[in-house]
Design a protein around this ligand. Structure first.
Ligand code: NAG
Ligand code: NAG
Ligand code: NAG
Length: 584
């Protein structure tokens, strides 16, 4: 089946479910018979539930504008710094950084329990942890730590490494980190020089027939590298999450090539015409078309949506094409991916899986009620979008008035608010930390008797109490919820968000901190004695602690009207583009 036909089915789905619900049910059941149990297709319940949703809409959301989030909320638009909590975050950063510096200075990855570092590649490191963390030091005002990190970059950082590095990760962590540090340093030329060198080594990834970048790049040989088993396959979000970095680099260096390579990707994606603005997670770099694959807001999907809004904000709302793409995508999410929990009625996002016929041809979509922690960026992003892309005036109030937002702005604000509450609910575990992935109940039948009866969600793969925890059960120091809390607090001044963030931080202190120094992954969030995995992800320093620090700071620290954060929490200043965009 052609892509176009598959895509037609997404919008067709709603109608089909209205008109031919029974026929479709029979078809789906027949299809499901042949499937292996290990494939996590959604049960019949999801489909039935899905139909109910298409009929009713997300009851309570449409028109359910929540200007002031809660009754009795302590709203304080002129809030001040919370010194005590903010300083506790700085202490945590120092605790983590000093352990890394002591045991692993210069290494890409840090393993706090073994007290050692490892490199991403045998060919040598690329400053992954140092560069990712350095702007947090600048923002926190840690001058000594900053100086040592900066000198390490000046003396020892090199990208002359003969191996394949992930195009996306290298861009968001290392290029983004260097650019942000350059700006915050007051233009230390060493940092821009390194950024430019890295940018030039990344550009060859874009040498494909369509212009979509290959997933990896050999930094020394300056060649793009494809996946071994499908050379031209690229992840949509990875291709569409390089733009803030490359465009800012173009702005700083006046080298238009960075700009056009990044912008071309957006043009290709738009021309491939995502149905309802929802993009399958894989594309073909030869044809520039979608490969039939899942639609989701978690891994390989998430930051595509994030960067639609942020590209609009980065150039100070001058490129309307991104606002349009963003609005279409958010409407697609609203129409096709949002659901309400079975019991507590928490709003959540589901995924769409490709359903195939007996010949392996994609014929339809199945709804999977699975939400990654990664999706928790979306609540804050929707609220930010509501007061910018969805605003009727330039500067909306804190919190916004109903009259200041368009209808879609109000819709997105309310959905964003609800999604943050849901993400906070996933932190309601024995440790107070959220699992990596939750599944939502769609029917009473599938309920695991050992689970809490009142919850909307559960962690999959935990049926055997003696078995190892499933992959889903871990908390790996991820930032997305505190990221949303930070944005929500800045836009509302509602102290609930500071309290939420403080609660999460305390759980991290209690369960993820290790005595040897640093913080690690907790493998089972529902076990206070959980085993740990010996890794401190660099995004803990770059994102989690930075967003927590900003949550407790004054609004004048990295103000949202002047900065956009890249997807690794590196703040980049907005600017008026001196390169004209050729894309519309
Ligand atoms: C650069 O690396 C060398 C060798 O590991 C080390 O001795 C030196 O201290 C590093 N420079 C900085 C500024 O960290
Ligand atoms: C909105 O805020 C920006 C940044 O603070 C300011 O430059 C601009 O003049 C404001 N616009 C209006 C209409 O108040
Ligand atoms: C963005 O636009 C506003 C007016 O809409 C202006 O006041 C502000 O200075 C601009 N900012 C930048 C960085 O160009």
């Amino acid at each position: 089946m052609a892509d176009a036909e598959l895509r037609k089915r997404t919008t067709g789905q709603r109608e089909a479910q209205h008109n031919g619900a029974e026929k479709k049910l029979a078809k789906t059941m027949a299809r499901r018979k042949g499937r292996s149990k290990t494939v996590q297709w959604v049960g019949l319940g999801a489909l039935v539930l899905g139909i109910v949703y298409w009929y009713t809409g997300i009851a309570g959301i449409r028109g359910g504008w929540k200007a002031v989030p809660a009754k009795n909320a302590r709203i304080d638009p002129d809030y001040d710094v919370d010194i005590e909590r903010r300083d506790a975050i700085v202490d945590a950063f120092r605790y983590a950084w000093s352990a890394y510096e002591r045991d692993a200075m210069g290494y890409d990855n840090y393993h706090p329990i073994e007290k050692k570092g490892t490199e991403l590649s045998k060919a040598g490191g690329i400053g992954y942890t140092i560069v990712d963390a350095i702007d947090t030091m600048q923002i926190m005002g840690l001058a000594d730590e900053y100086k040592r990190a900066r000198d390490w970059i000046a003396e020892n950082l090199t990208f002359e490494r003969d191996d394949s590095f992930n195009t996306f990760e290298t861009t968001i962590r290392v290029l983004g980190g260097l650019l942000s540090a350059y700006h915050l340093s007051g233009n230390d030329p060493v940092l821009l020089e390194k950024a430019k060198d890295l940018g030039e080594r990344i550009l060859p990834a874009f040498q494909t027939r369509s212009g979509l970048p290959l997933p990896m790049v050999n930094l020394k040989r300056r060649t793009g590298v494809g996946e071994e088993w499908l050379k031209s396959m690229v992840s949509t979000a990875e291709a569409a999450t390089l733009q803030l970095e490359l465009k800012y680099l173009a702005h700083l260096t006046d080298e238009a090539e960075f700009w056009y390579k990044a912008e071309r990707v957006m043009d290709v994606i738009k021309k491939a015409d995502p149905e309802g603005g929802l993009v399958p997670i894989h594309m073909d770099a030869d044809t520039g078309q979608y490969i039939p694959s899942e639609i989701r807001l978690g891994s390989r999907g998430d930051s595509y949506y994030e960067y639609l809004l942020k590209q609009y904000l980065q150039t100070n709302r001058t490129e309307d094409v991104y606002r349009e793409m963003y609005e279409i995508a958010m409407t697609g999410i609203y129409d096709h991916l949002l659901h309400k929990g079975l019991h507590e009625k928490h709003l959540y996002t589901s995924e769409l899986l490709v359903a195939r016929d007996m010949y392996g041809q994609p014929v339809d979509w199945d709804i999977s009620p699975k939400q990654d922690h990664l999706v928790c960026f979306l609540g804050g992003s929707l609220m930010l979008g509501a007061v910018t892309a969805g605003a009727l005036i330039d500067n909306v109030s804190v919190p916004p008035h109903s009259s200041e937002l368009s209808e879609t702005g109000k819709r997105d604000w309310t959905v964003g608010y609800e999604l943050i509450e849901t993400c906070m609910d996933t932190y309601d575990t024995a440790t107070g930390l959220s699992p990596e992935i939750v599944h939502f109940y769609v029917s009473d039948d599938e309920r695991d008797p050992s689970e809490n009866r009142h919850k909307d969600w559960y962690v999959k793969g935990m049926e055997d109490p003696l078995g190892p925890p499933s992959y889903d059960a871990r908390y790996m120091l991820r930032p997305e919820t505190v990221e949303s809390l930070f944005i929500a607090f800045r836009l509302t001044g509602d102290h609930r968000y500071r309290d939420y963030g403080w609660k999460i931080f305390q759980a991290i202190e209690k369960h993820a901190k290790v005595e040897t120094g640093g913080y690690v992954t907790v493998l089972d969030v529902n076990n206070v004695e959980s085993a740990k995995e010996d890794k401190m992800e660099s995004f803990f320093l770059s994102e989690t602690l930075k967003y927590l620090y900003l949550l407790f700071s004054e609004s004048s620290v990295i103000p949202l009207d002047r900065y956009v954060f890249n997807t690794e929490a590196h703040p980049l200043p907005k600017f008026a583009p001196n390169i004209r965009t050729g894309f519309s």
